[in-house]
Design a protein around this ligand. Structure first.
Ligand SMILES: Nc1ncnc2c1ncn2[C@@H]1O[C@H](COP(=O)(O)OP(=O)(O)OP(=O)(O)O)[C@@H](O)[C@H]1O
Length: 806
């Protein structure tokens, strides 16, 4: 019980802690500049101390006495602090402290990734201790070099390990540093020497070749001079020259670089017994050739560093947290209303008593929108009884949005969720600033909102791997979509993720147009990156399928299983861009109002969507589809089977809830971002993070104002059937009735399929196909909606001529 109380206390306190954790950009700039200057001050003080320490010795300890003067360039502060760190501390190794302080300042000031900073501090301090001990070891008489700590550490080690032992420890620490921090291995050192050796011998060969060239030039000149002399002399001279030439050739032959050594082979001889007539046999075993691939990639990484996909936009700045509004700035998180809690508790206890269910324990967890009352029934009460009474209990408590979970999975208690009278908005700012989101080691982290116990809920879109969002209109779907997109914008560089946005309503996602050249992907030749026309969606989906197939080919070629491994290999320069390899960004396809799409395009979109959903997980294409019409003809079995991660906002009926989640519950939500999330197993009730349109606008403005790529990310080209208009229809594939049909239309001067149907007595499909073939041939014009097509040939004679000339 006592434990529970403290837990409850923790929960109560948790929200008020939040604002304290947030370090704003201003704080960072201030602290960063302070630390940079402090580092510089320390360096100045330390340098000055090295020259003036003897004089300043007497002044130490008189910090408050203003009459005493020091020679340190930073006066008393400099003398005292240097005395503390250099003399009493780590000796001249203390300079590393000044460097680390400045470095921290630089990181904060420029808002750099602070992960590597921890590494710098750890190794910096280790090197400092090591160096001061080393100096304490070798320069025992000069206290200034190793400092007191260096001297004492060394003394301590020598007492226990002796002179040699201490030396060995120092050497080991150095090796550890070289191996762990600088990744220097014996192989690397060996390969360095090997390379240098090769370079030196190459230099020798080059100079030899030059010498040969000079020699040949010289010989040529000699020869020319000699041809001008008398015949006799000429003969002699040419004979001599021949000699010299022969000699030169000999040397030339020697100096020409030897052909590449074949892999060495070892010869083993199996001796036969000659007396018995046996023949001896030579067995040749070849030594394996060395693999060059790895050493090449290592060399590339060594020369150019790992491939950095963000290099093209290396000055890109992630949106700052200040762009998001702090909805709870005044109130400070969840407020707990004791009276309300008491009232609800009594209500629950009494209601259950009416049904003769006694309660042993009850515990409340206050969340942003609902409070969860966890009940432990008295021994002997069957859970199924409570489950059967679910509706009656909800009715007795007479509040909207009550959900009973009997039992809570994995807990053995019964949960009753009762909405709070005053709900708290979960701001996007609070979830983005949370440590859970900031430190999330996920490929595509998405902060969905907060759980009932007020914890930030972060999921990995890459693991989902596709998300279905549904809910009645006005319950928070668009806000939810924006929360997902915003999360990704806060964590992923434009080089790492691209969005394909489909927005038939034309208003929800339009804002993201501003980041077209940073984050959006589109078809080549399309003007707008955000797709608002349903017919164009089909082309985009098919293009994504092409992209998927080509990505699979790349993965196969690279012999990896997924995009993460592929990109790691590419970064390590193990994949050659000349073979078509490139860094692959994640692609997130967002379809708002999926119902609209299915209604207009049906199978044509369902098939590629299902294909992508089934196969695209490994190659980094993830789908998010949202709909306000959660009926079975929209969320079909095929869609459901491939979208294990689902979010349900409030719906109007239990049937709708079943369609989305395979279980009830979404009909009991209270709306305004109250939602249920499942990833195939448990249902989690969450309050969706709230991000308003002006906030999204600020973020996209912030990103849009920065340097961008020249164009949006281009998807592979896909020529839709309707855009091709069958122009490539082969003449030999024409319908048998083609000529007859053409004559009918030219005579009637009316390009109508129904006319063909009537005259030729063919079905609608065949008539349509013939018309398409005629369009391809140039006999009739393009489809003009309700009007009949224009006939481009005036009479039968012209038609005859036209067809004969084809
Ligand atoms: N997470 C949330 N927290 C607080 N209020 C919310 C939240 N989500 C939505 N709301 C409220 O609900 C309103 C409607 O939300 P939203 O526009 O997202 O609904 P929708 O389901 O997309 O509706 P539609 O399908 O008609 O576009 C918002 O204007 C806001 O006031």
């Amino acid at each position: 019980m006592a434990k529970k109380k403290t837990k409850a206390k923790k929960n109560k306190k948790a929200p008020s802690k939040f604002p304290k954790v947030i370090i704003t950009r201003k704080h960072k700039v201030l602290l960063g500049s302070f630390l940079m200057l402090l580092g510089i001050a320390l360096t100045i003080a330390f340098i000055s101390f090295l020259f003036n320490w003897k004089y300043d010795q007497d002044t130490i300890g008189y910090f408050t006495d203003r009459n005493i003067e020091t020679k340190n360039w930073l006066s008393k502060f400099g003398a005292e602090i240097s005395h503390f760190f250099i003399y009493k501390g780590f000796g001249i190794a203390s300079f590393s402290l000044a460097i680390l302080t400045s470095l921290t300042g630089i990181y904060l000031f420029f808002n750099l990734n602070s992960k590597s900073l921890k590494n710098f501090w750890f190794w910096g301090i280790l090197v400092m201790i090591w160096f001061s001990t080393l100096l304490g070891f070798f320069a025992t008489k000069n206290a200034l070099l190793g400092g007191v700590i260096g001297y004492e550490t060394n003394d301590f080690l020598q007492d226990y390990l002796g002179f040699t032992g201490t030396l060995l420890v120092l050497i080991f620490v150095m090796i550890a540093y070289l191996v762990i921090r600088l990744n220097i291995t014996p192989e690397l050192v060996a390969s360095y020497f090997e390379r240098t050796k090769k370079e030196v011998s190459q230099d020798f060969e080059d100079s030899k070749a030059k010498e040969e060239e000079i020699l040949q030039d010289f010989l040529k000149k000699e020869q020319e001079e000699q041809t001008q002399q008398t015949h006799n002399v000429q003969d002699n001279a040419s004979a001599e020259a021949k000699d010299v030439k022969a000699e030169t050739e000999e040397t030339l032959q020697e100096s020409t670089p030897a052909p590449k050594p074949e892999p060495k082979s070892e010869k083993i001889v199996i001796e036969g017994n000659e007396e018995e007539g046996d023949v001896s046999m030579e067995v040749e075993t070849t030594v394996e050739e060395e693999e060059e691939v790895d050493t090449l990639s290592k060399k590339l990484v060594k020369d150019f560093g790992e491939f950095d996909p963000t290099l093209e936009l290396q000055n890109y700045r992630f949106p700052t947290i200040e762009l998001l509004k702090d909805y709870n700035a005044g109130g400070g998180g969840i407020t707990i209303n004791q009276e309300e809690l008491e009232e609800n508790k009594n209500n629950i206890v009494n209601t259950l008593k009416n049904y003769k269910i006694e309660i042993a324990q009850i515990k409340a967890t206050v969340g942003p929108t609902v409070t969860l009352y966890e009940i432990v029934p008295e021994a002997g009460v069957r859970i199924s009884k409570i489950k059967n009474l679910e509706d009656d209990i909800a009715l007795s408590l007479s509040a909207l949005g009550i959900r009973i979970i009997a039992p809570i999975p994995g807990k053995g208690t019964i949960g009753i969720e009762v909405p709070n009278k005053n709900s708290t908005i979960v701001s996007m700012r609070s979830v983005v600033a949370s440590a859970k989101f900031q430190n999330a080691e996920m490929q595509l982290p998405v902060a969905l909102g907060k759980t009932i116990s007020n914890e930030t809920y972060v999921v990995d879109l890459a693991k989902m791997p596709h998300l279905l969002m549904a809910g009645a209109t006005g319950q928070g779907k668009s806000v939810g979509l924006n929360a997902v997109l915003t999360s990704l914008l806060y964590q992923k560089h434009p080089a790492e993720v691209k969005f394909v946005l489909v927005d038939p309503k034309k208003v929800e996602l339009t804002l993201f147009n501003k980041i077209e050249r940073h984050y959006l992907a589109k078809l080549p030749n399309s003007e707008e990156a955000i797709i608002t026309d349903n017919t164009k969606v089909i082309n985009t989906l098919n293009s994504l399928c092409i992209e998927m197939d080509s990505r699979y080919d790349l993965l196969k070629d690279a012999m990896v299983r997924n995009i993460k491994e592929y990109n790691e290999k590419f970064k390590a320069r193990k994949l050659n861009p000349e073979n078509g390899h490139k860094y692959l960004p994640y692609i997130v396809l967002v379809v708002d109002e999926f119902a609209d799409l299915i209604m207009t395009a049906g199978k044509e979109v369902e098939t590629p969507i299902a294909r992508l959903a089934q196969l695209a997980r490994a190659i980094g294409i993830h789908l998010i589809i949202a709909t306000q019409r959660p009926s079975v003809n929209v969320i079909t079995g095929m869609i459901k089977a491939n979208f294990p991660a689902r979010i349900a906002f409030r719906v109007t009926s239990k049937i709708d809830s079943r369609t989305i989640l395979d279980t009830g519950g979404a009909d009991q939500l209270i709306g305004k971002g109250d939602m249920l999330y499942t990833q195939g197993n448990n249902l989690v009730r969450l309050q969706c993070a709230f991000v308003d349109t002006p906030e999204v606008e600020k973020i996209v403005d912030f990103i849009g104002a920065q340097k961008a790529y020249p164009d949006a990310h281009l998807l592979p080209e896909y020529e839709g059937e309707e855009s091709g208009t069958g122009l490539d229809i082969d003449v030999s594939e024409r319908d048998k009735l083609f000529r007859e049909a053409a004559e009918i239309l030219v005579t009637a001067q009316q390009g109508s399929a129904s006319l063909l149907q009537r005259k030729l007595k063919v079905g609608y499909n065949r008539a349509g196909r013939i018309i398409d073939q005629m369009e391809a041939a140039g006999i009739v014009g393009p489809f003009e909606g309700s009007k009949a097509r224009q006939v481009l040939i005036t009479d039968l004679v012209a038609l005859d001529e036209f067809l004969n000339n084809e």
